[in-house]
Design a protein around this ligand. Structure first.
Ligand code: NPW
Ligand code: K
Length: 505
């Protein structure tokens, strides 16, 4: 499923009209009818419905929705919140059709909308769509405030009015929808931390727009769904052996932090790694060996409880993960630089490793092999030299510029984990829940990703599948046995068998 910006949506619209021959009126008809059909699932037969219609094409959709619902017998009142002379083009056309069918339209002229809403069960918000620019102007500011005070159900058309399609905007005022019916493609703002909640539950409707424009465009954004996982996750040959499933190495840990590396390693093994070696400080090996019995160990020289150097470490592995529980200390950048230069194959860098990386960033360009960074917003902001709020305003652009500049894959963790490849293509992961906001879940993700990177699939597939599996496992655990309060990172490791059984069933 493609995720689009306002520009991509307008380009597609133009292409459909100018090149394909789908008229704007027809698209609006398709949109309004499909949205009305979808909304019916949330409506009761005798609901009193108010549609608030704005001046642009979002309002145009509103006229079609009104007509469709009226024809189906619903009690619908249409409140046009713009001057008739300001309504133009396809929206004006569908306004006329509504009137020609014998239905009436009330115009907003400063009347008491609050009391008009009092006897309504549902408000349909068709005030503003992807054409919004700047701070909300009257009368929409007042109407949005009223909608948000209103106690009944609020259904938004395409976007909750006031929310732009794109990233990079501060939102001061917007409709808090219970449900949003999105035209054709989800917009970027449904995956941003500060705007997603305004959408409520959202779903898309197909209005017959072609996807060629987006498919042929640069820097595509897609949601990675269950079907993608089932399609790409390699099943195992009965003739495979442990070497076929990847020989991995995890470098990290310190005396004060033995848990991280244990979780990464257990997760990697559970997720399917064939062989795993843990390289860590000698003080931790005995305890770790009792905990992760399937791994082999390489002891590293230590100083003050952390890794002093990588010593005689052998780097010939199918995949290497570094950084978890390593600590932030003086030797860390030198260790990181060595790992960057010595690892010929795939190198995944997480946690403290990312802080060390910041100091040796130029070495990234000396690498031939695949590099994967798995930062949370704090780590990503540190790497970019910006603040977390700045990053969260534009996570898509920042992840993209970093990935393309440094020729790396970036897995930016968050409520909507974003995977970016070095070309700048992006995938959004829809799985996961608040239970994952707990220490150790990042270590577990690194382990799953390390394992995935060693299986026969592309790097993109490995990362998207790994992130999906991690989130999905947490979702199943919350649904069946845990809650978002008590879920632990190690529960996610223990939940992996059920996930695999489910995917391959
Ligand atoms: N393929 C597609 O794309 C299809 C799209 N479709 C639908 O069309 C929608 C996009 O329509 P659109 O372009 O007319 O924009 P939309 O948001 O309705 O209105 C913008 C108007 O609002 C105003 N305005 C702007 N900012 C403002 C503010 N801050 N505060 C107050 N007012 C503000 C501004 O007027 P201005 O005040 O600048 O004169 C402008 O004229 C889209 O979301 C979808 O629902 C479907 O019908 C079919 C296929
Ligand atoms: K809207």
């Amino acid at each position: 499923m493609f995720v689009v910006t306002a520009k991509e949506m307008y380009d597609t619209d133009r292409y459909a009209m100018e090149r394909v021959g789908l008229e704007g009126k027809m698209l609006m008809e398709n949109a309004g009818r499909a949205i009305a059909r979808e909304m019916e699932a949330s409506l009761a037969e005798n609901d009193n419905i108010m549609i608030l219609v704005g001046k642009g094409n979002n309002g145009g959709d509103g006229f079609v929705i009104a007509r469709t619902l009226l024809e189906r017998g619903y009690a619908v009142e249409v409140l046009q919140c713009a001057e008739t002379s300001d309504i133009r083009g396809d929206a004006a056309f569908h306004r006329e059709v509504l009137l020609n069918m014998g239905y009436s339209i009330s115009e907003y002229e400063g009347q008491d909308v609050e009391s008009l809403l009092q006897d309504k069960d549902v408000v349909i918000d068709a005030l503003l769509g992807i054409g919004i620019k700047g701070a909300i102007r009257p009368p929409y500011d007042y109407l949005i405030t009223l909608i948000n005070q209103y106690q009944g159900k609020v259904l938004s058309v395409d976007l909750p009015s006031g929310i732009p399609a794109d990233e990079g905007y501060e939102v001061h005022q917007a409709v808090e929808a219970d449900q949003t019916i999105v035209v054709q493609f989800p917009k970027v703002s449904s995956f941003l931390q500060h705007t997603a909640a305004f959408y409520g539950d959202w779903t898309t409707v197909d209005i017959g727009l072609p996807s060629n424009v987006i498919q042929s465009g640069e820097n595509q954004k897609k949601v990675w769904g269950r079907r993608d996982v089932v399609r790409t996750l390699p099943s195992r040959s009965s003739f495979s052996h442990k070497g076929t499933h990847g020989k991995g190495l995890v470098i990290g840990g310190a005396v004060a932090m033995p848990g991280s590396i244990a979780m990464t390693s257990r997760a990697a093994l559970r997720a399917g790694a064939g062989l795993l070696t843990i390289a860590t400080v000698q003080e931790n090996v005995t305890a770790l060996a009792a905990n992760v019995v399937e791994a082999t160990y390489h002891t590293l020289p230590s100083q003050h409880g952390h890794i002093r150097s990588l010593g005689e470490l052998d780097f010939s592995y199918d995949g290497i993960a570094i950084g978890m529980g390593m600590g932030r200390h003086e030797q860390a950048p030198t260790i990181m630089k060595e790992a960057l230069l010595q690892t010929e194959g795939t190198l995944l860098i997480d946690a403290d490793g990312l802080y060390a990386l910041k100091q040796v960033l130029p070495s990234l360009s000396d690498r031939e092999g695949t590099t994967v960074l798995t930062p949370h917003p704090g780590e990503m902001a540190h790497l970019l030299g910006i603040t977390v709020p700045e990053l969260l305003q534009r996570p898509f652009s920042y992840a993209q510029s970093f990935a393309t500049e440094h020729d790396v894959y970036v897995v930016l963790k968050g409520a909507f984990t974003l995977i970016t490849n070095p070309k700048g293509d992006q995938w959004i992961n829809p799985t996961g829940n608040a239970g994952l906001a707990k220490g150790g879940t990042g270590d577990v993700l690194s382990g799953i990703l390390l394992s995935m990177l060693m299986q026969p699939q592309t790097v993109e597939e490995a990362l998207c599948n790994g992130v999906w599996i991690h989130g999905y496992t947490a979702d199943i655990l919350i649904e069946q046995k845990h809650s978002s309060y008590d879920l632990l990172a190690s529960d996610v490791i223990d939940g992996l068998p059920a996930t695999y059984r489910n995917i391959f069933s």
